[in-house]
Design a protein around this ligand. Structure first.
Ligand SMILES: [Zn+2]
Ligand SMILES: [Zn+2]
Length: 370
């Protein structure tokens, strides 16, 4: 579907630069929430951490595509970037790593896509393509791994450029807004499942029940696994949702499930679930930790109780191309349809405040161009 805008930009690009609107982050700040007087950091307090700017649209180089962005998901990672827990190499930076749009220009070396194709962009923006990790498909571990919306400009904008190798076709099943959250929570949840080594009909434990776990449980059910969900004590809403999404048993971290686990995935930011999961694992089982950092240590592990009999601990770092390539068609087939709350691009600050306050209903998505 090649629109007139596509051709227009192509011609314009040769003569004069195309301008675009973007919401940019110029400095770290603490996001100010309504009715919350307490300041937690030394950073300036701002209700509106991002600023609307008009910038030259990027131009694709040899192997890159220019995407006209139609939707971009709003993720907790953006809160970490704004409040300085994740540090971009330069300011200003355009955030956003759950990007959906149509290809409007092609670098001269692009072979995988044509103008008008609908594609998505995830957290992985690029990698070196030559190291051992890249060559074996673990480009998420590459020393030169770059993240979208952190090391390179992301999707809170009308346009983004990215290598054709890190753009993924979006199945027809999804609207632009529905596809956006799948590109982060979905792809990461899928990677964690994959690394857990779980097989059909086995027993899987999920610790913590946020966005990634919501999606992982639907994939595990589809594979015929028995899924047990462990949440913090008293998290009634999460527990009810877990049951609704097909958990066969729901309890609190530290509870003994009806059967031992073949594998467990820990989606929590704390240390205790790692030990608790090891404690209810079968011999030879594996615990996968899906967290960049833990806010408190993993408790001491008594070797005989928690580790002996070939039990394993493995962490998940970033995502690889293969995770997005495999997960998107699988999500369409199951299907996994995220519920979303939509905002205009200029309402990004409002969306970020809702997310920080825990008041977002479903996944937040910015609608950018039609
Ligand atoms: Zn994310
Ligand atoms: Zn590499």
């Amino acid at each position: 579907m090649l629109g007139s805008t596509g051709i227009g930009a192509e011609l314009l690009g040769l003569k004069e630069e195309v301008r675009m609107k973007a919401m940019v982050l110029r400095e770290f700040c603490e996001i100010e929430l309504e009715g919350e007087a307490r300041k937690r950091t030394d950073l300036p307090l701002k209700k509106a951490p991002l600023e609307m700017a008009e910038l030259p649209a990027p131009t694709p180089d040899l192997k890159q595509v220019l995407i006209k962005v139609s939707a971009c998901g709003v993720c907790h990672t953006e809160l970490d970037e704004i409040e300085g827990r994740l540090v971009p190499p330069q300011f200003p930076i355009i955030l956003g790593h759950e990007v959906v749009g149509r290809i409007e220009r092609l670098g001269s070396g692009v072979t995988k896509f044509t103008l008008g194709d609908r594609v998505g962009v995830a957290w992985i923006y690029s990698s070196c393509g030559r190291c051992d990790f890249c060559l074996r498909g673990d480009e998420n571990l590459c020393d030169q791994f770059q993240a979208t919306g952190l090391d390179a400009h992301g999707g809170y904008a009308q346009y983004i450029v990215i290598s054709e190798d890190f753009a993924y076709p979006i199945p027809e099943k999804f609207s632009d807004s529905q596809a956006a959250p799948l590109l982060c929570a979905g792809v990461i949840g899928y990677r964690a499942l994959r690394l857990s080594g779980i097989k059909p009909n086995q027993v899987l434990g999920l610790y913590g029940f946020g966005a990634s776990a919501h999606i992982a449980i639907q994939v595990a059910n589809h594979w015929g696994c028995t899924v047990f969900v462990f949440t913090r004590k008293g998290q009634k809403e999460h527990q009810a949702l877990a049951e609704q999404l097909g958990a066969q048993w729901v309890g609190a971290t530290g509870d003994t499930p009806p059967e031992k686990l073949d594998a467990a995935i820990d989606f929590t930011p704390v240390g205790e679930p790692v030990r608790e999961a090891l404690g209810v694992l079968k011999k030879g089982g594996r615990v996968v930790i899906n967290a960049i950092r833990k806010i408190n240590p993993i408790p001491e592990l008594d070797y005989a109780t928690y580790v002996w009999h070939e039990r394993e601990i493995k962490s998940v770092a970033n995502v690889a191309r293969r995770d997005a390539e495999e997960f998107l068609p699988l999500a369409a087939q199951i299907p996994i349809i995220p519920s979303v709350q939509e905002f205009e691009l200029q309402e990004a600050n409002q969306a970020l405040r809702l997310l920080k306050a825990g008041r977002m209903r479903g996944a937040g998505v910015l609608r950018i161009s039609e």
